[in-house]
Ligand binder design. Structure first.
Ligand code: 2AM
Ligand code: CA
Length: 264
């Protein structure tokens, strides 16, 4: 295993332990309102501090881009961290949330780790080295039609116009598939796609830490990820379509006619 992956796994497991322990007394947490419908808890902050502590102990010169503490400049390596993806779920006791840690070198994603502390499921990816779930290789599915496909998605939470666009995309897909799931953690959605539990995924307006690790997982599991212009601008725009090569193509075809200029 890549030595940096080892450290990322340790950081993710430590953060996961903080989250799992705190899940037993969610009622007592102090919640901060970042903005409407956007919560951060002490748990997000404690988990993030733990991750940064573990990583900087080994790589003091690396930079960070983290959901709670923002950007910390360093050398050409940047760790992109979501300490608790699915905070809303966590606060409601809805058991779908995870730690997400990715490493970017210059402009390339090199490593991805997503850890689900409730199921003790560890997803990892190394660029060029494949993807795993609890040390076993994972692949995207061979699903080749919308009929029978299970898709994951998230609702756009920032703009009303995007919600209208999103609903058109949703309408053009839902009838043809076996179902669409909206579980509330983009990181886990992408990990589930990489491990064959979902056949495709799309969302408007994700943030880098929601998706960085998951995107590498999908790619290393044989999947395709693009933005809404069939390019690789998803880390900037936050707009993502992901699936096996065939599923990606089918979803793109259904989604593309509804894409407004601001989403291209
Ligand atoms: P979070 O739980 O870490 O905030 C769900 O659509 C995805 O969007 C999740 O990965 C969630 O990550 C992210 N997200 C960020 N801000 C959000 C918000 N205000 N409401 C819902 N989801 C949000
Ligand atoms: Ca997130």
């Amino acid at each position: 295993m890549h030595p940096m992956l080892n450290i990322a796994v340790r950081a993710a497991r430590n953060a996961g332990e903080i989250i799992r322990r705190s899940s037993e007394n969610v009622g007592q947490l102090t919640i901060n309102f970042k903005s409407a419908n956007d919560y951060a808890t002490e748990v997000d902050r404690m988990a993030e501090q733990e991750i940064i502590k573990v990583i900087s102990a080994s790589f003091p010169e690396h930079g960070f881009l983290a959901e709670e503490s923002g950007e910390q400049k360093g050398n050409d390596y940047t760790w992109i961290i979501d300490p608790l993806d699915g905070t809303t779920n966590f606060l409601h006791g809805f058991p779908v949330y995870a730690v997400s840690i990715a490493l970017k070198h210059k402009n390339k994603l090199e490593l991805g780790v997503i850890y689900d502390p409730l199921r003790d499921e560890l997803f990892t990816a190394e660029r060029g080295g494949g993807a795993t779930l609890n040390n076993r290789k994972i692949r995207v599915t061979q699903q080749n039609s919308l009929k029978g496909a299970l898709l994951g998605t998230g609702f756009p939470f920032k703009s009303k116009t995007n919600l209208e666009t999103y609903l058109k995309m949703f309408s053009s897909l839902v009838g043809d598939t076996a179902g669409i799931r909206r579980a509330g953690s983009a990181a886990l959605d992408l990990a589930y796609l990489a491990s064959g539990r979902l056949d495709g995924f799309w969302e408007i307006g994700l943030l880098p830490w929601d998706m960085a690790a998951g995107i590498l997982l999908v790619q290393e599991a044989g999947g395709v990820v693009t933005d809404f212009s069939f390019r690789d601008g998803y880390m900037q725009s936050g707009n993502v379509i992901a699936g096996s090569p065939k599923m990606h193509q089918l979803m793109y075809k259904a989604i593309e006619p509804h894409v407004t200029d601001n989403l291209k």
